[in-house]
Ligand binder design. Structure first.
Ligand code: NAG
Ligand code: NAG
Ligand code: NAG
Length: 473
């Protein structure tokens, strides 16, 4: 049978080697002459084999050992060795099947110095303080005490406990350290701010403890899918065990509608609304309706999508998407405002909304370019500095050079680097300039650079934020 080494002392504080040395010195009892060296503490795993070392020192001394005994601190002798009479295990639970002297055998000559004792099949009952005692001649009795500790490494596992949204705190994950001795310590790593509720019960093996920790919080939909970590600490583990758990909270659909760009006009083709749903489990069905009760014939429903092939007056209504799953129902409304004509300054809508006929886009761009050229011309005529440098459209478009810009009489000088913006030489005010910068930043996020349209565009970001409400049923 393989000998289990003494458990690694990794869980012990770093000061311990020093301390044990000190203890050793203290425990090496007796006067200056001979003394007994033992370990103050030995840890063995349940079921394993463990050795309790015991030596009479110094090895050079010429005292005679007449007998060696191991006793539990309650004074019951568990093992004895006599050079003439041999080995005895007088206490039945500590029989020769389980106990043995490692070096002291009948063959050993009279100079017995090593009384190391081995335990096989370590049991919980073996835990205790053992005295190793040498009877010497002529110096008398010398002894040392070792604390034998029996350790059991816990089996660890963790899992989510699926729950449905609620107002009350409840366990959402469970972490189990089975059969630890001493009991394992369980903590949770999470930013959710739940609390751990621990219980202990006895493990399968006598003397072991199973610790169950339940991570408890008020389960709302934001908890669904979040990962938390169970951390198990035990002295038999070199490092804490980390067990990830993905939480699962069942909740009814949380619905919003996307796709409306505030520029739906009569005759517009291929407008789309999408019903965006978060839920657990996934939605089983979508239902589209209108507040008026009349459902436009020009509208086609495809699951979560609502396709309008051609916008007409019937679409001028409020659409409701209702989504259902096993837990419940959620809905959202979208007010659609149908215009008679496209909104001139918001004609970038299709790019946001997604779908637009290619021909139509080209038409829009052409129209925009025309408007730009006209406006440009007007501005230049009005502005005092009009026409100085950078006046023509080709220069304006996408200049990436580092440029300086000067305003009025000794006004501020701006250094611009790598800004894909045309140089303005039309002497407009500083504030106006800054506003335009912001606009362009927004365009830059959403649009391919359509230089000629820039001046006539407004931010369309607001257009996509219109009146959406998510409603629970
Ligand atoms: C053994 O002795 C140590 C101190 O010397 C003590 O802390 C421990 O509780 C004792 N163990 C048993 C099982 O009596
Ligand atoms: C113990 O034995 C040694 C010889 O090994 C002797 O020198 C010493 O005096 C003895 N001490 C006592 C306390 O009997
Ligand atoms: C859509 O309805 C609004 C009032 O809710 C109305 O002002 C608007 O003119 C309507 N649009 C069309 C194209 O009829």
């Amino acid at each position: 049978m393989a000998r289990a080494a003494v458990l690694p002392p990794t869980r012990l504080p770093p000061t311990l080697p020093l301390l044990s040395l000190l203890l050793l010195l203290l425990r090496e009892t007796g006067a200056q002459d001979v003394w007994v060296r033992v370990l103050p503490e030995v840890r063995g795993r349940l079921g394993d084999t463990v050795e309790l070392p015991c030596h009479l020192l110094p090895p050079t001394s010429n005292v005679r050992v007449s007998q060696v005994t191991w006793q539990r601190l309650d004074s019951a002798t568990v093992a004895a060795f006599h050079p003439s009479f041999g080995v005895q295990f007088p206490n039945p639970p500590f029989n020769k099947e389980r106990l043995s002297f490692v070096r002291a055998t009948q063959d050993t000559n009279m100079d017995l110095r090593d009384a190391t004792l081995a335990f096989r099949g370590l049991m919980v009952e073996d835990e205790g303080n053992y005295t190793c005692e040498f009877a010497t001649f002529p110096n008398g009795t010398r002894r040392g005490v070792t604390w034998l500790r029996v350790i059991a490494q816990p089996e660890n596992h963790a899992e989510a406990q699926e729950v449905t949204v609620a107002q009350e705190p409840m366990p959402v994950a469970r972490c189990v350290a089975e059969g630890g001795r001493p009991p394992a310590r369980i903590t949770w790593i999470s930013s959710l701010g739940g609390e751990a509720r621990d219980t202990q019960e006895s493990g399968l093996q006598v003397g072991t403890v199973t610790v169950v920790s339940r991570y408890t919080l008020v389960p709302d939909s934001r908890v669904d899918g979040v990962k938390v970590m169970c951390r198990v600490e035990h002295e038999s583990l070199e490092e804490p065990v980390l067990l990830p758990v993905t939480l699962s909270v069942r909740y009814p659909p949380e619905v919003s509608i996307s796709g409306y760009d505030d520029n739906w006009y009569l005759g517009r083709t291929e407008a789309t609304l999408t019903c965006d749903v978060r839920s657990n489990p996934g939605p089983t069905g979508y239902d589209w309706s209108t507040t008026s009760g009349v459902f436009p014939t020009s509208v086609v429903v495809q699951g979560p999508q609502l396709l309008v092939h051609s916008v007409d007056r019937l679409v001028n209504t409020t659409f409701i998407c209702t989504a259902t799953n096993a837990v419940g129902t959620g809905r959202a409304e979208q007010v659609i405002f149908v215009r008679d004509t496209p909104q001139a300054s918001r004609n970038v809508g299709p790019l946001v909304g997604g779908v637009v006929g290619g021909t139509f886009l080209v038409l829009l761009l052409a129209g925009g370019a025309l408007a730009f050229v006209l406006l440009r011309g007007r501005r230049k005529r009005k502005s005092p500095g009009g026409g100085e440098g950078g006046g023509n459209d080709d220069d304006d478009r996408g200049s990436y050079d580092v440029k300086t810009q000067m305003f009025g009489n000794g006004g501020p000088v701006f250094w611009r680097s790598t800004a894909p913006e045309p140089v303005k030489a039309d002497g407009r005010g500083e504030e106006e300039e800054e506003e335009e910068e912001e606009e362009k930043a927004e365009e830059g996020l959403m649009l391919p650079p359509s230089g000629s349209l820039k001046d006539d565009m407004e931010s369309h970001l607001d257009g996509s934020l219109i009146s959406r409400r998510a409603v629970y049923v």
